[in-house]
Design a protein around this ligand. Structure first.
Ligand SMILES: *[C@@H]1O[C@H](CO)[C@@H](O)[C@H](O)[C@H]1NC(C)=O
Ligand SMILES: *[C@@H]1O[C@H](CO)[C@@H](O)[C@H](O)[C@H]1NC(C)=O
Length: 257
Protein backbone atom coordinates (compact mmCIF):
# COMPACT_ATOMS: atom_id res chain seq x y z
CA UNK A 1 0.00 0.00 0.00
CA UNK A 2 1.39 3.34 -0.98
CA UNK A 3 1.15 6.12 1.54
CA UNK A 4 0.96 9.71 0.48
CA UNK A 5 1.37 11.78 3.55
CA UNK A 6 2.07 15.29 2.33
CA UNK A 7 -0.79 16.87 4.26
CA UNK A 8 -2.69 13.87 2.95
CA UNK A 9 -2.14 15.04 -0.59
CA UNK A 10 -0.59 13.57 -3.62
CA UNK A 11 0.17 16.00 -6.36
CA UNK A 12 0.70 14.36 -9.69
CA UNK A 13 2.29 16.75 -12.11
CA UNK A 14 2.33 16.32 -15.78
CA UNK A 15 4.27 18.50 -18.15
CA UNK A 16 2.72 18.94 -21.57
CA UNK A 17 4.02 18.37 -25.00
CA UNK A 18 3.83 21.58 -26.96
CA UNK A 19 0.79 21.60 -29.15
CA UNK A 20 1.55 21.86 -32.81
CA UNK A 21 -0.02 24.83 -34.62
CA UNK A 22 -3.53 23.80 -35.58
CA UNK A 23 -4.44 26.10 -38.48
CA UNK A 24 -6.78 29.02 -38.28
CA UNK A 25 -10.07 27.48 -37.19
CA UNK A 26 -11.10 26.64 -33.65
CA UNK A 27 -11.30 23.07 -32.54
CA UNK A 28 -11.89 21.33 -29.24
CA UNK A 29 -9.05 19.58 -27.48
CA UNK A 30 -9.94 17.16 -24.71
CA UNK A 31 -7.24 17.55 -22.05
CA UNK A 32 -8.62 14.95 -19.65
CA UNK A 33 -8.25 11.53 -21.23
CA UNK A 34 -6.33 8.94 -19.27
CA UNK A 35 -4.28 6.19 -20.82
CA UNK A 36 -3.01 2.94 -19.41
CA UNK A 37 0.22 2.10 -21.19
CA UNK A 38 1.52 -1.52 -21.20
CA UNK A 39 4.38 -0.87 -18.75
CA UNK A 40 2.13 1.17 -16.50
CA UNK A 41 -0.44 -1.65 -16.47
CA UNK A 42 2.27 -4.17 -15.56
CA UNK A 43 3.40 -1.95 -12.67
CA UNK A 44 -0.21 -1.77 -11.52
CA UNK A 45 -0.53 -5.52 -11.52
CA UNK A 46 2.77 -5.92 -9.64
CA UNK A 47 1.46 -3.62 -6.94
CA UNK A 48 -1.83 -5.50 -6.60
CA UNK A 49 -4.11 -3.02 -8.35
CA UNK A 50 -5.32 0.53 -7.83
CA UNK A 51 -5.23 1.61 -4.15
CA UNK A 52 -8.10 4.04 -4.76
CA UNK A 53 -10.53 1.13 -4.99
CA UNK A 54 -11.31 1.87 -8.64
CA UNK A 55 -11.34 -1.02 -11.08
CA UNK A 56 -8.70 -0.81 -13.82
CA UNK A 57 -10.39 -0.57 -17.23
CA UNK A 58 -9.19 -1.98 -20.52
CA UNK A 59 -7.51 0.68 -22.55
CA UNK A 60 -7.72 0.30 -26.26
CA UNK A 61 -6.61 3.48 -28.05
CA UNK A 62 -9.74 3.22 -30.19
CA UNK A 63 -11.70 4.18 -27.08
CA UNK A 64 -10.02 7.58 -27.22
CA UNK A 65 -11.15 8.17 -30.78
CA UNK A 66 -14.68 7.04 -29.91
CA UNK A 67 -14.65 9.47 -26.98
CA UNK A 68 -13.53 12.32 -29.22
CA UNK A 69 -16.40 11.57 -31.59
CA UNK A 70 -18.89 11.57 -28.72
CA UNK A 71 -17.84 15.03 -27.51
CA UNK A 72 -17.12 16.50 -30.93
CA UNK A 73 -13.48 17.03 -30.06
CA UNK A 74 -10.66 17.05 -32.57
CA UNK A 75 -7.71 16.23 -30.38
CA UNK A 76 -6.90 14.39 -27.17
CA UNK A 77 -4.10 15.12 -24.73
CA UNK A 78 -3.41 11.80 -23.02
CA UNK A 79 -2.20 11.43 -19.45
CA UNK A 80 -1.88 8.73 -16.85
CA UNK A 81 -4.14 8.86 -13.82
CA UNK A 82 -3.64 7.87 -10.20
CA UNK A 83 -1.62 6.13 -8.81
CA UNK A 84 0.80 7.46 -11.38
CA UNK A 85 4.47 6.58 -11.52
CA UNK A 86 4.74 6.29 -7.68
CA UNK A 87 3.02 2.91 -8.08
CA UNK A 88 6.61 1.73 -8.73
CA UNK A 89 8.03 3.57 -5.71
CA UNK A 90 10.37 6.51 -6.02
CA UNK A 91 13.66 4.90 -6.97
CA UNK A 92 15.39 3.90 -10.17
CA UNK A 93 12.71 1.48 -11.34
CA UNK A 94 10.09 4.22 -11.05
CA UNK A 95 12.29 6.50 -13.15
CA UNK A 96 12.52 3.76 -15.75
CA UNK A 97 8.76 3.24 -15.74
CA UNK A 98 8.32 6.98 -16.19
CA UNK A 99 10.68 7.12 -19.14
CA UNK A 100 9.08 4.10 -20.82
CA UNK A 101 5.65 5.63 -20.34
CA UNK A 102 6.70 8.89 -21.94
CA UNK A 103 8.40 7.15 -24.84
CA UNK A 104 5.24 5.10 -25.40
CA UNK A 105 3.19 8.32 -25.36
CA UNK A 106 5.62 10.02 -27.72
CA UNK A 107 5.42 7.17 -30.24
CA UNK A 108 1.65 7.08 -30.01
CA UNK A 109 1.43 10.84 -30.58
CA UNK A 110 3.77 10.51 -33.56
CA UNK A 111 1.49 7.83 -35.01
CA UNK A 112 -1.58 10.09 -34.83
CA UNK A 113 -0.12 13.57 -35.26
CA UNK A 114 -3.39 15.41 -35.83
CA UNK A 115 -5.20 13.57 -33.07
CA UNK A 116 -3.05 12.77 -30.07
CA UNK A 117 -0.82 14.79 -27.78
CA UNK A 118 0.20 13.90 -24.25
CA UNK A 119 1.04 15.24 -20.81
CA UNK A 120 4.43 13.81 -19.90
CA UNK A 121 4.30 11.67 -16.79
CA UNK A 122 6.62 12.64 -13.94
CA UNK A 123 8.08 10.51 -11.14
CA UNK A 124 7.00 10.87 -7.52
CA UNK A 125 7.59 14.57 -6.78
CA UNK A 126 9.68 13.60 -3.74
CA UNK A 127 12.22 12.14 -6.17
CA UNK A 128 13.35 15.66 -7.00
CA UNK A 129 16.33 14.78 -9.20
CA UNK A 130 14.37 12.15 -11.10
CA UNK A 131 11.58 14.66 -11.67
CA UNK A 132 13.94 17.38 -12.88
CA UNK A 133 15.67 14.92 -15.23
CA UNK A 134 12.38 13.81 -16.71
CA UNK A 135 11.25 17.40 -17.29
CA UNK A 136 14.51 18.08 -19.14
CA UNK A 137 14.00 14.93 -21.18
CA UNK A 138 10.44 15.90 -22.08
CA UNK A 139 11.37 19.39 -23.20
CA UNK A 140 14.62 18.66 -24.93
CA UNK A 141 15.00 15.10 -26.21
CA UNK A 142 11.30 14.54 -26.78
CA UNK A 143 10.79 18.15 -27.83
CA UNK A 144 7.83 18.20 -25.53
CA UNK A 145 7.43 20.64 -23.23
CA UNK A 146 8.05 23.96 -15.42
CA UNK A 147 9.04 27.79 -14.52
CA UNK A 148 11.86 28.01 -17.05
CA UNK A 149 9.95 25.96 -19.59
CA UNK A 150 6.72 27.95 -19.19
CA UNK A 151 5.06 24.58 -18.78
CA UNK A 152 1.45 23.70 -19.02
CA UNK A 153 0.82 21.38 -16.08
CA UNK A 154 -2.17 19.12 -15.63
CA UNK A 155 -2.95 18.27 -12.02
CA UNK A 156 -4.78 14.98 -11.60
CA UNK A 157 -5.77 14.06 -8.04
CA UNK A 158 -4.99 10.79 -6.23
CA UNK A 159 -5.93 9.13 -2.96
CA UNK A 160 -6.19 10.98 0.33
CA UNK A 161 -5.17 9.41 3.62
CA UNK A 162 -8.52 10.00 5.29
CA UNK A 163 -10.39 7.93 7.82
CA UNK A 164 -12.58 6.17 6.95
CA UNK A 165 -10.69 5.58 3.71
CA UNK A 166 -13.86 4.67 1.77
CA UNK A 167 -17.16 6.48 2.29
CA UNK A 168 -19.72 3.92 3.54
CA UNK A 169 -16.87 1.45 3.46
CA UNK A 170 -17.05 0.90 -0.30
CA UNK A 171 -17.20 4.04 -2.47
CA UNK A 172 -13.95 4.32 -4.42
CA UNK A 173 -12.04 7.52 -3.64
CA UNK A 174 -12.30 8.95 -7.17
CA UNK A 175 -16.04 9.43 -6.67
CA UNK A 176 -15.97 12.10 -3.94
CA UNK A 177 -12.48 12.39 -2.49
CA UNK A 178 -10.51 13.10 -5.65
CA UNK A 179 -12.19 16.45 -6.34
CA UNK A 180 -11.71 17.39 -2.68
CA UNK A 181 -8.05 16.54 -3.02
CA UNK A 182 -7.71 18.80 -6.05
CA UNK A 183 -9.28 21.58 -3.98
CA UNK A 184 -6.78 21.06 -1.16
CA UNK A 185 -3.81 20.89 -3.51
CA UNK A 186 -4.82 24.07 -5.39
CA UNK A 187 -5.41 25.99 -2.16
CA UNK A 188 -2.05 24.78 -0.85
CA UNK A 189 -0.23 25.97 -3.99
CA UNK A 190 -1.75 29.44 -3.57
CA UNK A 191 -1.61 29.91 0.20
CA UNK A 192 1.93 28.52 0.53
CA UNK A 193 3.18 31.03 -2.05
CA UNK A 194 4.22 28.43 -4.64
CA UNK A 195 2.02 30.05 -7.29
CA UNK A 196 3.60 33.45 -6.57
CA UNK A 197 7.00 31.95 -7.34
CA UNK A 198 5.90 30.15 -10.50
CA UNK A 199 3.95 32.76 -12.50
CA UNK A 200 4.91 31.31 -15.90
CA UNK A 201 3.49 27.88 -15.21
CA UNK A 202 -0.03 27.38 -16.51
CA UNK A 203 -1.94 24.87 -14.47
CA UNK A 204 -5.06 22.94 -15.43
CA UNK A 205 -7.09 21.69 -12.47
CA UNK A 206 -9.08 18.52 -13.03
CA UNK A 207 -12.83 18.33 -12.48
CA UNK A 208 -13.53 22.08 -12.45
CA UNK A 209 -11.11 22.41 -9.59
CA UNK A 210 -13.19 20.17 -7.32
CA UNK A 211 -14.99 22.49 -4.90
CA UNK A 212 -12.61 25.43 -5.47
CA UNK A 213 -15.18 27.48 -7.43
CA UNK A 214 -17.39 27.41 -4.32
CA UNK A 215 -14.65 27.76 -1.73
CA UNK A 216 -12.02 30.10 -3.21
CA UNK A 217 -13.65 33.23 -1.76
CA UNK A 218 -13.83 31.57 1.63
CA UNK A 219 -10.08 30.95 1.44
CA UNK A 220 -9.13 34.45 0.31
CA UNK A 221 -11.55 35.86 2.92
CA UNK A 222 -9.85 34.08 5.81
CA UNK A 223 -6.45 35.48 4.76
CA UNK A 224 -7.62 38.93 5.88
CA UNK A 225 -7.99 37.76 9.49
CA UNK A 226 -4.67 38.50 11.24
CA UNK A 227 -4.40 35.30 13.32
CA UNK A 228 -4.67 33.24 10.14
CA UNK A 229 -3.18 35.60 7.59
CA UNK A 230 0.13 35.95 9.44
CA UNK A 231 1.03 32.43 8.29
CA UNK A 232 0.46 33.09 4.63
CA UNK A 233 2.75 34.02 1.76
CA UNK A 234 0.08 35.78 -0.32
CA UNK A 235 -2.36 38.57 0.29
CA UNK A 236 -6.09 37.95 -0.03
CA UNK A 237 -6.12 39.94 -3.28
CA UNK A 238 -3.20 37.98 -4.75
CA UNK A 239 -4.92 34.74 -3.80
CA UNK A 240 -8.11 35.79 -5.58
CA UNK A 241 -6.14 36.57 -8.72
CA UNK A 242 -4.25 33.30 -8.54
CA UNK A 243 -7.44 31.27 -8.14
CA UNK A 244 -8.74 32.93 -11.30
CA UNK A 245 -5.51 32.15 -13.15
CA UNK A 246 -5.91 28.40 -12.89
CA UNK A 247 -7.48 26.67 -15.85
CA UNK A 248 -10.44 24.52 -14.90
CA UNK A 249 -11.23 21.54 -17.07
CA UNK A 250 -14.89 20.64 -17.34
CA UNK A 251 -14.70 16.94 -16.50
CA UNK A 252 -17.46 15.97 -14.01
CA UNK A 253 -19.28 19.30 -14.52
CA UNK A 254 -21.78 18.32 -17.17
CA UNK A 255 -24.56 16.62 -15.23
CA UNK A 256 -27.96 18.26 -15.15
CA UNK A 257 -27.64 18.98 -11.43
C1 LIG B 1 20.54 15.40 -6.81
O1 LIG B 1 21.44 15.93 -7.77
C2 LIG B 1 22.43 16.81 -7.22
C3 LIG B 1 23.19 17.46 -8.36
O2 LIG B 1 23.54 16.50 -9.29
C4 LIG B 1 23.32 16.00 -6.28
O3 LIG B 1 24.31 16.83 -5.69
C5 LIG B 1 22.46 15.40 -5.17
O4 LIG B 1 23.26 14.54 -4.33
C6 LIG B 1 21.31 14.58 -5.78
N1 LIG B 1 20.38 14.15 -4.71
C7 LIG B 1 20.00 12.92 -4.55
C8 LIG B 1 19.04 12.65 -3.41
O5 LIG B 1 20.38 12.02 -5.27
C1 LIG C 1 6.25 30.66 2.69
O1 LIG C 1 7.37 30.59 1.81
C2 LIG C 1 8.59 30.15 2.44
C3 LIG C 1 9.69 30.28 1.42
O2 LIG C 1 9.41 29.52 0.30
C4 LIG C 1 8.39 28.73 2.95
O3 LIG C 1 9.56 28.27 3.61
C5 LIG C 1 7.21 28.69 3.92
O4 LIG C 1 6.96 27.35 4.29
C6 LIG C 1 5.96 29.27 3.24
N1 LIG C 1 4.85 29.35 4.19
C7 LIG C 1 3.79 28.57 4.09
C8 LIG C 1 2.69 28.79 5.09
O5 LIG C 1 3.70 27.71 3.25
Amino acid sequence: MLLYTFFGLLINNFAVRELAPGGSSWYLTDTHIHAITPDYLAAFQNAGGDPSGFPTPNWPVQGVFDGLDTTGSTRAVLSISFPGIPIAGNGESARELCRKTNIFFGNLADSYPQKLEFFGALPDWRDINGTLDEIDFLYSTQKTAIEQYHALVFMQPGVMEVDPFFISGFLPQPIVDYPQQTTRAAVDLVSSGVRSRTPSVDLILSHVGGTLPFLSQRVSGILIIPEIGSHRNVTATEAEVQFRQFYYDIALSASET
